[in-house]
Ligand binder design. Sequence first.
Ligand SMILES: Nc1ncnc2c1ncn2[C@@H]1O[C@H](COP(=O)(O)OP(=O)(O)OP(=O)(O)O)[C@@H](O)[C@H]1O
Length: 593
Amino acid sequence: MNQPADAAPAPPPAKAPIGSLRTLWPFVSRHRGLFTAWLVALACSSAATLTLPKAFGTMIDQGFAQGGGAAIDRAFLLLFVVAVALALATAARFYFVSLLGEKVVADLRERLYGHLVGLDLGFHDRNRSGELVSRLTADAELLRSVIGSTMSVALRSVVTFLGSLTMLFVTSPRLAAFALLGIPLAVLPIVLGARRLQKISRASQDRVADANALAAETLGAVPTVQAHAREPYERGRFASALQTAVATAGRRIRAQAWVTAIAIVLVFGAITLVLWSGAHDVASGRMTAGTLGQFVLYALIGGGSVGALAEVWNELQRAAGGMGRISELLEETPAISAPAAPTGLPAPVRGDIVLDHVTFHYPQRPDAPALEDFSLHVQPGETVALVGPSGAGKSTVFSMLLRFHDPQAGQVKVDNVDLRQLDPAALREAIALVPQHPTIFATNARDNIRYGRLDASDAEVDAAVRAAHAADFVAALPERLDTQLGERGARLSGGQQQRIAIARALLKDAPILLLDEATSALDAQSERAVQQALETLMEGRTTLVIAHRLATVLKADRIVVMDHGRIVAEGRHEQLLAQDGLYAELARLQFID
Ligand SMILES: Nc1ncnc2c1ncn2[C@@H]1O[C@H](COP(=O)(O)OP(=O)(O)OP(=O)(O)O)[C@@H](O)[C@H]1O
């Protein structure tokens, strides 16, 4: 039942048709005001950009050519006004779109996290938590930069390109037609080069992901690495993974350098050609110098936008890939959910548990049932100890009761209500789970205990701490209950972590207790404290305990011996010992206190 630490990062998203970005729209449209403000600012800045060459042309023709002082002043003033308008509109555009990016991605993250945390355990078994975290961080981050800058650049480039193309035709239809023929000739090789670049980039990202996965795996297992004295070995492995990544990146960078150089030559070659033809027009008096200057500026702006678009295209595709993966997760429906009209549990819950001919196999292992025709009735207030070899299905019984999974056959009932008729949240409110390896969150001791009941008062937390025999060690912590416990409770011993979990369960005060006893040996004092705390916790509750200690089985009302997902014997300690079956063997091996 414990979650393995699994932090290997997922590879970066593959590219997808940018149409996948459509699924972002519902998130964007929620911020209609910002979106509209951005579009207005974009229209203003593009208009100002497109006015600039015109103002420049006017300045040359009227300001310089005709030489009048007032004309010069007017022309330069006009140019300056346009530049100021451009500056303001650009600043506004940047502001609105960046804010929009932040908000949209925060919404997306919130939605995704909310969805993931509610998906059934079957889903979480199939998906590595590291990969999910990477959806939530890396993919969402990519989208932030896409909305906040790339998409803005792309849309702006499209608008500017169309605008400058129109203005080219307005300025000089003949030269524009000439340019229009030249542009595809220049653009085609660039597009082909970019395609090839994409392939190399993917390989390069994969190699980086390999190196990251290696680091994540080994940093998550530093004790194992150090216990084997394999630091030099791991350093070597990581260094060689990095070398491979750098070598692949080298290929990508070389290819990118070439594509850039070729693109510049082609684009400027085309412009020079047009300019050369225009220069002849000016020389022969068919065109003014200002108009040619204006034309060249429009051509530069138009060419620049095509270049910018080509540059961001890759990123847009990658973001589309990221969005595709996020959408996939958002579309995942939980296998376990509340029925439309859930039945309520009786109040108070009596804690009567029935597993009736339950057969269950985990989705990944369809031909190996974890429970087979398993029937068990636990009376309210009864303590039943489950014992059995590893893999017998003891934890699976807990998963069934918590409705982490539904059985393929049979029924699980609490107080005579089938779990499938209950709201899972209501069911789980009635159950306290103390796992073998309790989860300690990276916050203070108080909040860790309060996880059992979020609205518990400080006095109730204190009482739970005392009842869990945790008061002594908590008093010795530097800031008592306010002490930060460190990631996964790194600052607590095993026995202390267990008592935190017991205090949490005490606070929850649920009528049903599922207890997975720790197998790791504790020192005698700690062991006694934990044992006493558990006794307090079990009082008056229906308890199912996965037992590993003699003391626990001796106190249980009934012992259920499990093997291969079935019950093989039931009774009290002495009876079972007398049968000299699996239990007697387990007792010889394990319960030699
Ligand atoms: N999440 C899972 N996905 C697939 N198979 C699983 C999963 N969890 C358990 N199993 C399999 O189901 C069977 C029962 O496992 P379970 O964890 O219930 O046994 P257990 O008696 O609690 O063992 P242990 O004492 O080692 O915890 C085993 O064969 C196990 O490999």
